[in-house]
Write a protein that binds this ligand. Structure first.
Ligand SMILES: [Zn+2]
Length: 214
């Protein structure tokens, strides 16, 4: 759309007497409305995720990520700008206050990804490519993000003194149905022996990937 805008007649440099053509002005309106649409889509998604989390969980722990440092990394900076991490944090904080739920923000330099959840040793050479965390000192293997989540859970337990990660099957059913209703997850995992292979999910055109992960 910007390329198309550039092809329209408009002043090319400072002091250029050319006027902006009607087609140029029309195209700027198109671009503005498209930007608005992206903003609204993102806002809608963030609101859905935040309210889903705060509805279903009485305590939430989040990482305080160093976004400025992350934006300097090549390849993911653009995608990360699009995610609006801080906006999500703000929304979750606000909504958990509404439900009177606990919100914990982990320290900025708390090594959630680098720490082994089993033995607590820290692996300094962990890069973004390592999707599976392999502990060099105890040999423990676990999904990278799940490891970080477990570490944050431990952090929260230490901070507020309580917390549980166990669901009864009925609660889990409710949780997954809530997810499907709001269309916020496309992939999910089964916990224990409970499997979810809902037809509703397939009707929505979503891809269901059922794993027995842990
Ligand atoms: Zn370990």
């Amino acid at each position: 759309m910007y390329r198309s805008l550039d092809r329209r007649v408009h002043p090319r440099f400072k002091g250029d007497p050319t006027l902006k053509s009607n087609n140029y002005i029309k195209q700027t309106f198109k671009i503005a409305s498209f930007h608005k649409r992206i903003k609204e889509t993102r806002n809608d998604y963030l609101n859905k995720v935040a309210s889903f989390l705060t509805r279903n969980f009485s305590a939430i722990c989040m990482e305080n990520l160093d976004i400025k440092e992350m934006q300097q990394k090549k390849g993911i900076a653009k995608a990360e700008n699009d995610l609006a991490f801080f906006e999500l944090e703000k929304k979750i904080k606000f909504k958990s206050d509404l439900f009177k739920h606990t919100f914990v923000l982990a320290d900025r330099y708390y090594p959630s990804s680098k720490r082994c959840v089993k033995c607590g040793s820290i692996r300094e050479d962990l890069s973004l490519k390592d999707r599976v965390y392999r502990c060099p000192s105890c040999g423990f293997e676990i999904d990278r993000d799940f490891n970080a989540a477990c570490n944050l859970f431990k952090y929260m337990k230490k901070k507020i003194g309580w917390g549980t990660s166990k669901f009864t099957p009925i609660e889990l059913d409710k949780l997954v149905n809530d997810c499907i209703k709001n269309k916020i997850i496309y992939y999910f995992q089964t916990i224990g022996n409970v499997q979810y292979n809902d037809n509703k999910l397939l009707n929505h055109g979503l891809k269901a990937k059922v794993l027995s992960a842990y």
